[in-house]
Design a protein around this ligand. Sequence first.
Ligand SMILES: CC(C)(COP(=O)(O)OP(=O)(O)OC[C@H]1O[C@@H](n2cnc3c(N)ncnc32)[C@H](O)[C@@H]1OP(=O)(O)O)[C@@H](O)C(=O)NCCC(=O)NCCS
Length: 170
Amino acid sequence: MVELRTDRLLLRKARQDDLGGFHTLLSDARAMTFWYCPPHQDVAVTQAWLDDMIGIDPGSGEDFAVEFGEALIGKVGMRRFPTIGFIFHPDVWGRGLASEAVRSVIDRAFREHGLPLIKADVDPRNDPLLRLLNRLGFVETGRAEETGLIGGKWCDSVFLHLKAEMWNGG
Ligand SMILES: CC(C)(COP(=O)(O)OP(=O)(O)OC[C@H]1O[C@@H](n2cnc3c(N)ncnc32)[C@H](O)[C@@H]1OP(=O)(O)O)[C@@H](O)C(=O)NCCC(=O)NCCS
């Protein structure tokens, strides 16, 4: 798996020694507010999630661990092409780091993988995420109610996509 470098970040393959860093992130209630599952209370849940990430078939997806300095701050990629998913630790929000990482993955998806479009499935209450995607050129394609049952509560979805021909580098 390739490594991607941006001005401030290294995007690389996930490793088993990322378990502690990912558990810190995925057990954080702020980061997990709109994630597809509740915060990980047990490190075994994170271990299974990490095993999935490390074991992705390169023909069907690509998901990067993101380092800022020496620290693991999040992940961005597509567990299955062409739907993008990312999560970053709240300590680094509001600095453009997530956008920088997402931009690099989108660029690779269009230039190297030749995807015709990238999709996103977003909780409509997730304003920071919708702002980020809108800034990068994603457009809404539809909405649906009660698409996920998370922690005993139903969540809705906004569906967005970005077509390759609309990508101008973000
Ligand atoms: C969604 C998420 C990644 C957004 O993180 P973020 O740090 O707000 O996103 P960005 O990297 O785009 O940063 C943008 C903010 O940084 C500010 N900023 C500061 N310096 C900046 C810079 N150099 N470049 C760009 N933006 C900068 C922007 O003004 C913007 O602030 P605003 O949103 O208040 O307008 C983050 O909230 C998150 O990880 N959430 C939890 C996981 C999640 O919900 N994932 C979605 C499922 S796919």
